[in-house]
Design a protein around this ligand. Structure first.
Ligand SMILES: O=c1ccn([C@H]2C[C@H](O)[C@@H](CO)O2)c(=O)[nH]1
Ligand SMILES: [Zn+2]
Length: 130
């Protein structure tokens, strides 16, 4: 992974709106259009209604014209890693392939590299929905 994706995720984390969890997360996607799209987690007073950094980045990618995740970085503060939650794994999977790499970072750098298939094994598949 080139350093720019890590820096983009770290920069995005600064935009996190986390008055409740105080757990800022940043995400950065390198998309098939060559652009980097970023996101942070955004919470609100009705705690379950907040959302993660990953869907913020995915929404930016889709609205910016990107259609595929080439690689993705996720970063959390305080030397904690943020493995994408279950819901995020499904959301990322929609725009990724089995081999797409997801980099789990802390403030220092990439601490763990995982593929989509490792993050979401035996994932939901059907030919009924097309
Ligand atoms: O994959 C994840 C998991 C958690 N969070 C956020 C949600 C919440 O704002 C905070 C604590 O759970 O971390 C993310 O952004 N991404
Ligand atoms: Zn999540």
């Amino acid at each position: 992974m080139s350093h720019d994706l890590f820096e983009a995720a770290r920069g995005a984390m600064k935009f996190a709106h986390v008055p409740y969890s105080k757990f800022p997360v940043g995400a950065a996607i390198r998309a098939d259009d060559g652009k980097v799209y970023t996101g942070a987690n955004i919470e609100n007073l009705s705690f379950p209604q907040g959302w993660c950094a990953e869907p913020t980045a995915i929404g930016c990618m889709v609205m910016g014209g990107g259609r595929k995740i080439v690689e993705m970085a996720v970063i959390a503060e305080k030397l904690a890693l943020c493995p994408p939650c279950g819901g995020c794994r499904q959301k990322i999977s929609e725009f990724a392939d089995a081999g797409t790499k997801i980099y789990l970072c802390d403030e220092v750098g990439v601490q763990k590299t995982m593929t989509m298939a490792e993050l979401l094994p035996f994932s939901f598949e059907t030919d009924i929905l097309g």
